[in-house]
Design a protein around this ligand. Structure first.
Ligand SMILES: *[C@@H]1O[C@H](CO)[C@@H](O)[C@H](O)[C@H]1NC(C)=O
Ligand SMILES: *[C@@H]1O[C@H](CO)[C@@H](O)[C@H](O)[C@H]1NC(C)=O
Ligand SMILES: *[C@@H]1O[C@H](CO)[C@@H](O)[C@H](O)[C@H]1NC(C)=O
Length: 352
């Protein structure tokens, strides 16, 4: 099998930024909010979200297609034509519905899902404050940032008029990279292995036992009712891409960074406040190895957490940590702060 690297993924690692001042809390707007009704047919669920962002989503598709090797298109088209065999429900039907609303090929929606899976540079922090409350903060960094800001939306997935889970996501995308199940857990994913091979991921998709990372996260949000069962599902489900999956719960000690290989975790790193481990910072490198000097977001985030202190955690103070130079950079699309035990605190800023 030929191993084709995607060069653009690496670009973001080197474009780190020069922002001397910590931004103030008003910096950035909140994303548009939508309800996705899980009680209506999957093909119709996203039409209001997608139609309001149609032009931007189509531009994203165009850019993504220009970035990947042409050799993969036939395979993407094959998967799209046989989508019911390769992508589980309700996601296959949701993708078909999105393609219909956009009036584009299902293959484009599939390809976008796969690329989002492997091309995000991010910083995630899970932390326990001195009162035992668990918090979770993340910056999502990406190339073509400005365009993605325009399709960043907040979605409450509801059934019987009640929010089952929420996500900060992109219009036209059915997977989840940042989510919260109220009173249960919060979850974010960071890319592992820059230069992950899209080709291999496509091949893995042909394996019915493997699931795309962002769909796995949505499954956890949809089907798991507590931290422990979410961590188990997120650790042991076979995925095409490797990933860092960060999970925060509602009880002391419920914070984990799963360093995921294809089949199982290579490591699960847990919060342990009695051992002084009151926060975990995860960027895009294995936590037990030093980060590369040209992309060290871990040290500034760690310093900012220590200077804030565990007795001083609020939505605003975590926003300030995520606004530290390098942690916040030119590629940052949005900052999100959440706490599953107090779901109403969930807040997102689309960064300037
Ligand atoms: C984002 O949306 C704004 C307002 O509609 C527009 O002016 C801007 O050009 C868009 N950015 C991109 C990269 O499309
Ligand atoms: C947390 O750390 C303490 C002190 O090192 C240790 O005794 C305890 O077993 C740890 N707890 C967990 C859940 O690992
Ligand atoms: C709490 O954070 C604020 C700034 O966010 C800082 O001024 C204050 O000194 C901090 N307090 C403690 C106890 O660390």
């Amino acid at each position: 099998m030929s191993r084709i690297n995607i060069v653009f993924i690496c670009i973001s690692a080197f474009v780190l930024v020069i922002q001397s001042e910590v931004n103030c809390i008003s910096s950035g707007r909140t994303p548009q909010k939508y309800i996705v009704n899980l009680d209506i047919p999957a093909e119709k669920r996203w039409s209001h979200v997608v139609s309001e962002h149609r032009d931007f989503v189509l531009t994203v598709h165009k850019i993504m297609k220009s970035m990947v090797p042409k050799e993969i298109f036939p395979l993407v088209e094959f998967i799209a034509a046989e989508i019911n065999n390769f992508i589980e429900q309700p996601y296959a039907d949701e993708m078909k519905g999105i393609a219909k609303t956009l009036d584009c090929n299902v293959g484009d929606v599939v390809l976008a899902t796969l690329i989002y899976d492997i091309a995000s540079y991010c910083t995630s922090i899970v932390t326990q404050d001195s009162y035992g409350q668990i918090w979770h903060a993340r910056n999502l960094d990406y190339s073509f940032t400005d365009l993605l800001k325009n399709i960043t939306v907040e979605v409450d997935f509801q059934s019987n008029g009640k929010t089952q889970y929420s996500a900060v996501t992109f219009a036209g995308y059915v997977g989840i990279m940042t989510g919260q199940r109220p009173h249960a857990f919060t979850v974010t994913v960071n890319e592992r292995d820059d230069g992950t091979l899209l080709w291999n991921i496509l091949i893995d998709l042909l394996d019915k036992n493997a699931v795309s990372v962002s769909l796995l996260i949505r499954n956890a949000l949809a089907y798991d009712h507590d931290f422990t069962s979410a961590v188990k599902r997120l650790s042991y489900t076979t995925t095409g891409a490797e990933a860092y999956i960060i999970v925060g719960g509602i009880k002391p000690g419920e914070g984990a960074v799963i360093t995921k290989g294809h089949f199982k975790p290579d490591d699960v790193w847990m919060l342990n406040a009695t051992d002084g481990q009151w926060f975990l910072v995860q960027t895009n490198y294995d936590h037990w190895k030093p980060p590369p000097p040209d992309d060290n977001r871990r040290s500034p985030a760690t310093r900012a957490m220590n200077s804030m202190g565990s007795s001083n955690i609020t939505v605003e103070s975590l926003f300030h940590v995520m606004s530290t130079r390098k942690v916040l950079n030119e590629q940052t699309v949005h900052t999100t702060v959440m706490s599953a035990g107090k779901p109403a605190l969930m807040r997102t800023w689309i960064r300037r």
